[in-house]
Design a protein around this ligand. Sequence first.
Ligand code: NAD
Ligand code: 44H
Length: 493
Amino acid sequence: MSELDRTAVLNRSAVAALAAELRPVPAVQAAATGIVHLGLGAFARSHVFDFTADAVEAGGGDWGVLAVAPRSAATVAALRRQQLLSSVLIRGVAEDRIRVNGLLRDARCAAEEPAAVVAALADPAVRVVTLTITEAGYRVDPVTGVPRPDDAELANDLAALGRGIPDPDRVWRTAPGLLLAGLLARYRAGAAPVALVSCDNLVGNGAVLAAAVRGGAERIVAGAGDAARGGLLDWLADRVTFPDTVVDRITPASTEADREQAARLLGVRDEAVVVGEPYRQWAVVDDFPAGRPAWELAGARLVDDVAPYSAVKLRLLNAAHSLLAEMGLLLGCETVADALDRSVLADLAGRYLRSEAQPALDSPLDLTGYVETMLARFGHPRLAHRLDQIAVDGSQKLAQRIVPTIRVTGAGSRGLLVVAAWGVRCRRRVLAGVPLRDPRAAALAGAVTGADSAAGLLELLAPDLAADAGMRSALTERMAGLDRDPAGYLRSC
Ligand SMILES: NC(=O)c1ccc[n+]([C@@H]2O[C@H](COP(=O)([O-])OP(=O)(O)OC[C@H]3O[C@@H](n4cnc5c(N)ncnc54)[C@H](O)[C@@H]3O)[C@@H](O)[C@H]2O)c1
Ligand SMILES: O=P(O)(O)OC[C@@H](O)[C@@H](O)[C@H](O)[C@H](O)CO
C-alpha cells in the first residue's frame, strides 16, 4: 500500500494487500493455542511473541498464544479490533523495518474475564505459560526470596483460594493469585504438566516464579488444612517446571510518533505496534515437561543453566540502565542516549562497569566485548528509551542489579552512588507530593523522609549492608552531595 488511509487499520483483509515481506509471521491460519502469556506489555510483543512467531514459522507446532492482560483492557481491545494482528517496528540506527505478528489466537483481560483465563490455564492443550509482569508482579521480596507477608492483595487472593473452589468470576488482584487459581483448576482437571516461564528481568527469574507459586500454594494449603490440596504441592514439585530465562531486547514504550511511522510503513494504522532495537537474545533453560516451540530455530539459546548470562545481563546492562536513569533524571536528562551524551554520566557508567561491576563478576564470557556492544546499543540515536520508564520499582531492581556489586566493592563503590541518586530522587518526589512508583512505596517514602535515610534505604535493599556503619555513612555523604549539587558532585566522584 502506498497511500495511507487514516481510517484503515491492520487486520486480515489489510494483510491481503500488503507486500509479501510484510505478511504476518507465522501465517494467520497457523497453530492452535498452546501458550498462555500473562502480561500484555510492549516487551511481550517485541520479544516473546516475536521469537515464538519465528519458531512456529520455522518449526511448526500448535504454539499459538492466548495473550492475557492482567488489568488494563486497552491493548486487548486494540488487538481484537485488529483481529489479533500487531507489528514490531525494528528501529535500526540507519533504517527501520516492520514485521507483522500472526501468532495470537486470542487476547483477554483477566480483570474482565477471569473465568476464561483460569479455564485456559487449566486447559491441557496449554503446555507453556510465559510471563512478562514486571519485577514487582511476582510479589516476592528480593531480600528474603519469599512471597511478601505484608502484601494485602496477595494475602486476599491466597485466602480466597484457601477457602475452597472460588467463585469463577472472582477478579484476582495479583498475578500469583491468578496463576494459582488456574493451577488449582488444572490440578483438579487431571493435572497435565506445564512449564511456567518468567521472561522478566530478574536473576533466577524461574526460581522467583517458583517461589511465588510454591510459596503461595503452601500458604493456601496451610490455611485450608486440606489433604487433597496437599497433593497440589507434590504435583507442583513433580510436573510443573519453572525454567530460568534471560531476555534481551531494548523496547521503549511506544509513542504516537511510532504509531504514525508504523502506519507509513504498513499503509494502515496499528494501534498496538511496539518498537524494538534490531538486537534480540533469549537464553532459556530447556526444561519443558510437555514440549515447547522450537525457539532455537529462531536463534534462542536452549541451555542447561542461564546463570552465567543472567548475572552478566543484570549486573552490567540493567545495572548501567539504572545508573543512567537514576543519575540522569537528577540532571534533567530524558532518555538513555541523552544521559550517555553527558560526559560526566558516560564516564561514571564506564568506570562503574569496567572497574567495578565487570571485575566483580567471575565469568568466562567476554565481558569487555559485552560492555562495548551494550554501550553502543544504549547510544542508539533514534530509540528514545525514556529514563523514567527504567526508574520505576527501584526497590526490586537495585537489589538485583547494583547490590551484588556493592557487596564485592564495598562502601567506596559507585554502586552506592546509584542508591544515593535513587534516594534523593524519591525524596524529592515525596516532598513534591508525587507518588512513588514502587511496590514498597510506603516503606520507601518513610525511608527517604526519615531521620536516617541511608539506613532506611539499605534496609529495603540489603539489611546486611544496613548493619554496616561505614556503608551507612558513605551513603549519607553521597546523598547530601547529590542533593546539594548533583552535577558538581557527580563530577567529583
Ligand atoms: N521493555 C524492555 O526493554 C524489556 C526488556 C527486557 C525485559 N523486560 C521485562 O518485561 C517487563 C515488562 O516490560 P514492558 O516493556 O512490557 O512494560 P509495559 O509497561 O509495556 O508492560 C508491563 C506489563 O506488566 C503488567 N504488570 C505491571 N505491573 C504488574 C503487576 N504488579 N502484576 C501483574 N502484572 C503487572 C502490565 O499489566 C503489563 O502487561 C519488564 O519489567 C522487564 O522485566 C522489558
Ligand atoms: O524492563 P525493566 O523495567 O526491568 O528494566 C528497564 C531496562 O533496564 C530494561 O528494560 C532493558 O532495556 C532490557 O532489559 C534490555 O533487554
